[in-house]
Structure formats: C-alpha cells, structure tokens
Design a protein around this ligand. Sequence first.
Ligand SMILES: Nc1ncnc2c1ncn2[C@@H]1O[C@H](COP(=O)(O)OP(=O)(O)OP(=O)(O)O)[C@@H](O)[C@H]1O
Ligand SMILES: [Mg+2]
Length: 237
Amino acid sequence: MTEMLRIADLRAEAGGREILKGVNLTVEEGETCVLFGPNGSGKSTLLSTIMGYSTCKVTEGQILFKGQDITGMSVDERARLGIGMMMQRPPNIFGVKLGDLVKASAKNREVIGQAANFKLGEFLDRDINVGFSGGEIKRSELLQLTAQKPEFILLDEPESGVDLESIDLIGNKVRDLLFDPASGSERHVSSLVITHTGQILDYIGADRGYVMKEGVIQRTGNPADLLRNIKQNGYGE
Ligand SMILES: Nc1ncnc2c1ncn2[C@@H]1O[C@H](COP(=O)(O)OP(=O)(O)OP(=O)(O)O)[C@@H](O)[C@H]1O
Ligand SMILES: [Mg+2]
C-alpha cells in the first residue's frame, strides 16, 4: 500500500506562536483518517500547514506526499500534485465569481452543470463566499473540490453548522469524491477529516483516528472507539 501522507516531527508557527509541537501522522492510500481534538488544539493549523498556506511557518520536520518532500512547496504546487482542501473558514474573494473559479479549475467541464445539485445554481455569478451563509460556504467549498478532483482531500469540519438536510447532501457529495464510482464500495481517494461530532463518518466511514491536543497527537486508534471515549470522558488531562 502506498503511503499518501507522512507528517514527521512537524513543528509550525502561526502569528509568531508555536502551534504544532512535533506532530507525527500517516495516511495510507485509500484511507480516511479522522482528526479529533478540543478547540484550539491545532487541527486547522495542521491542515493549513499541509496545504502550504503562508499563515503557517514550518520550523522543523517534514511533510511527505507519496514519498516526495513537499514541505517547501507553494500552495499551487501542492494543488497540482493532487492535494485539495475544504477549509473551516475560507476567505471572501472579492471580484472572483464562483462560476469562473469552478470553470478554471475543473478537470471535467460538466462540473459547472452540477452546481444545481449542490443547491448553488444561483451562486455562480456571485463573488466567492461574499455574503454566503455558513452552509452555503460548505457547499461552495465542496463544489470547488469536485471541480479540482484531488487525489488527497483535507476536510476541516465539513458538516459543522450545516442543517440536517444539507448534511445529507454534503455527506453524499464527499462520498462521491472518495469512492470509486465503478465499485461504489472502494475508496480511491484518501482523506484526512476533522470532525467534532463524527456525523460525516456515517457517510464515508473511517479507518483510523487521531486525537490532537496542545499541538501534538495524543492518541491513535479505531475512530469509533476514540469518539465514544471522547463523548464519555472528554479529552482528558
Ligand atoms: N495566525 C494566528 N495568530 C495567532 N494565533 C493563531 C493563529 N492561527 C492559529 N492560532 C492559534 O492556534 C491555536 C490553534 O488554532 P486552530 O485553528 O488550529 O485550532 P483547532 O484545533 O482547529 O480548533 P477548532 O476546533 O476550534 O477549530 C489557537 O489557539 C489559535 O488561536
Ligand atoms: Mg479548526
């Protein structure tokens, strides 16, 4: 099995503070791994560092994607290699229409025609995220990922703040991205998913769970067991 992602002894700063304090984590080909952890523990910072956002500065350690060291690469280089991300709080992009971005990044031009399936038919002419509601932003992020068709997907709380009906839509669309359409039961795309509630896992399943606390991976295990334990006992001392 190919190793898609390896994070080795990763330390990173944001806003001049060290947030990631020696993170070790791997995701194998076809795996979905879940990242749990209390608010402020560094989960989004880890995903942003993997994607290469300039707000996060690596001070030590390595990020390997399919064996290649990508630690010093730019965001667009990482995107071209096949890494995509659904952000927790993406920025407003004034002056760029959602439809234009989707068209520019789409490997398959037909994605634009799918906007209605994401309940975004009326949004293609709007500036990206400007005035979008919380749930609309999630669907827009997912439409963009569907256009990009990455090989490895970072999902930061895809279901948080989403109404129950739209959770179904988001869960099924994420499933479409990860699973091979021919077999329907085998994952052909790997992912690292942050969730507090585990709701998204009802749609995509998960192979392995990690719990992050204070900038390090504190525990690893079966995702369902970890979630049950967190619900019963919290995140512990
Ligand atoms: N640019 C920044 N400047 C200062 N502090 C930052 C910056 N980015 C992140 N932090 C801090 O780093 C810590 C980790 O933030 P992060 O967003 O990674 O947490 P999280 O685990 O994703 O939390 P949540 O579950 O609430 O989304 C927080 O205390 C946050 O305030
Ligand atoms: Mg976060």
